[in-house]
Design a protein around this ligand. Structure first.
Ligand code: HMG
Length: 472
């Protein structure tokens, strides 16, 4: 039976599959090699391991591997799929969309032409594009255009920064494939509340032809917080005006969201974002006054509260005091309760895998489902909020509700088993891969039951053509 909201068709995430490369660098070894205190990576950023792609992997084959997993797990045939979108910021071509490569790979398994009826595009807006792709495909379903078919939205990226840069401590790679339909077993999106914020910014960007981004790290951290907060304001207005959320005296919108999943460029950014949003929401409630008394210092204000991000970052006195205040605030029992119940489980996978750009938010969602289920929490009916951010910059805040049949899917989630046996890279191996010194056919690992890249043509008439095989 279809789930309907009034006369509107529901839409949401039915299942999720992840594909994470089997190579990794260990944060502690890596920090030592870079002359950084290992505690900065482990506890300052919340990074324990970073997944690294092998020489025969690219973002398209990561995406195809995640798609194949979700299709095989659900015994789907290409006829069950009406749309296949790939959201990525690791694009391979200025014109040819990444989903075309993915379809080419899937057709090696399902037969040539088997996806011909399908539509889809590659979406780009740094890390937030996966959320736009989900929203657009959910609307395709809501509009009744899906003809009983599902959409596959795949988010796939390789987060790679310059050797020796501060961003190098926040790398990772992987793909998440999400199956969307009108009878989702996992999560039905809340209608009419998805909210966005957008501004032309240069916090993090990757000019054409450059393999690694240009990053203004601290600027990007603050911009992320401001943009997500702007989108949350818009979400709040919509949630209240549609009646999705009704606030009693002294309550905030966050009290009505059971779990929050944030974009995770590194796991501690999730905690930073939660603290920022909670502070913002609680500030106008009676509980804030009590909390300030407990913390023992007033909440600092920048010299120019209406100033630019640059002026706030340059206000050294404010930055120091705010840092101190945030530390004290995040240690309070009140914040710790919110952190432990709403966010902590979503950070576990990120610590083990690193930044997946577009896929980070959804790896976090999956992590939250698996680890909350393991705790024995009943998740049915719980509202999940998503705080998506993409540099450049745009944020999207939206929510959904866990469906009665979620256990059918979540009971089989096992991150450890899915990651399988991983190989720790030495610094030399990592740097060889990073600097593209090893060729495609000189991979570190032997591929097993997965798509891999076998060649990239260099002849002028076929330059850039990629060939993939499914390795048995
Ligand atoms: P940094 O300057 O190397 O590090 O930059 P830091 O000095 O800010 O330190 C990081 C944390 O470690 C701090 O914690 C330190 O106190 C702590 P906090 O105060 O913030 O809670 N720390 C230590 N803790 C324990 N022991 C120690 C120690 N030393 C320091 N010894 C930064 C960090 C993330 C900026 C850098 O790694 C970077 O530029 N990363 C790439 C950009 C990025 O991830 N930005 C995040 C927001 S933008 C975003 O999310 C979008 C993105 O995903 C791209 C997209 O949208 O496509 C990046």
């Amino acid at each position: 039976m279809r789930i309907r909201e009034g006369m509107r068709m529901a839409a949401g995430i039915d299942d999720i599959a992840i594909y994470i490369p089997k190579l990794f660098v260990d944060a502690s070894d890596f920090a030592v090699a870079r002359g950084v205190d290992p505690a900065k990576m482990q506890s300052g950023l919340g990074v324990s391991q970073m997944a690294i792609v092998d020489t025969n992997q690219d973002p398209a084959c990561l995406a195809a591997n995640a798609c194949l997993k979700v299709m095989q797990k659900n015994k789907l045939s290409p006829d069950d799929i009406g749309r296949l979108y790939v959201a990525t910021e690791s694009s391979l071509d200025e014109s040819k969309a990444m989903n075309s490569y993915v379809i080419g790979m899937l057709e090696q398994v399902y037969g040539e032409g088997s996806f011909e009826h399908c539509g889809g595009i590659e979406c780009k807006f740094a890390c937030v594009s996966g959320s736009y792709a989900l929203y657009d495909n959910a609307n395709w379903i809501r509009a009744g255009e899906a003809e009983n078919k599902s959409a596959l939205v795949v988010v796939s990226d390789i987060a790679k920064y310059d050797l020796g840069s501060s961003g190098e401590l926040t790398q990772g790679a992987g793909a998440v494939a999400m199956l969307l339909n009108d009878k989702p077993r996992l999560l039905a999106f809340d209608p009419k509340v998805t909210s966005t914020s957008i501004k032309n910014e240069y916090d993090f960007y990757r000019p054409f032809g450059k393999e690694t981004p240009i990053v203004h790290g601290q600027y990007s951290n603050l911009l992320y917080l401001i943009q997500v907060r702007n989108a949350l304001e818009a979400y709040k207005r919509k949630a209240l005006s549609t009646g999705l959320i009704k606030l009693k005296e002294g309550e905030t919108v966050l009290d009505h969201i059971d779990y929050l999943n944030m974009h995770l460029p590194y796991s501690n950014m999730g905690k930073k974002a939660l603290a920022y949003l909670v502070r913002h929401e609680w500030r106008t409630t009676p509980r804030w006054k009590k909390l300030i008394e407990k913390i023992g210092i007033e909440e600092p204000r920048p010299k120019d509260p209406r100033g630019t991000i640059e002026s706030i970052l340059a206000d050294a006195d404010y930055m120091t005091k705010d840092h101190e205040f945030t530390k004290l605030f995040t240690k309070t029992k009140e914040f710790q309760d919110v952190y432990e119940t709403k966010l902590a489980s979503s950070l576990i996978a990120s610590k083990m895998i690193g930044n997946l750009y577009t896929a980070s938010l959804y790896l976090g969602f999956r992590s939250s489902l698996e680890f909350e289920f393991q705790k024995g929490v009943e998740l049915e009916g719980k509202r999940i909020g998503f705080g998506s951010y993409g540099s450049g910059s745009s944020a999207m805040v939206f929510s959904g509700v866990i469906q009665p049949s979620y256990k059918q899917v979540v009971k089989d989630m096992n991150l450890e088993a899915e990651l399988g046996k991983r190989k720790k890279l030495s610094l030399e191996e990592y740097e060889e891969i990073h600097e593209n010194k090893r060729s495609v056919d000189d991979s570190i690992l032997e591929p097993k039951k997965e798509f891999v890249l076998v060649s990239v043509a260099t002849a002028p008439e076929s330059s850039g053509e990629r060939k993939y095989v499914f390795s048995e």
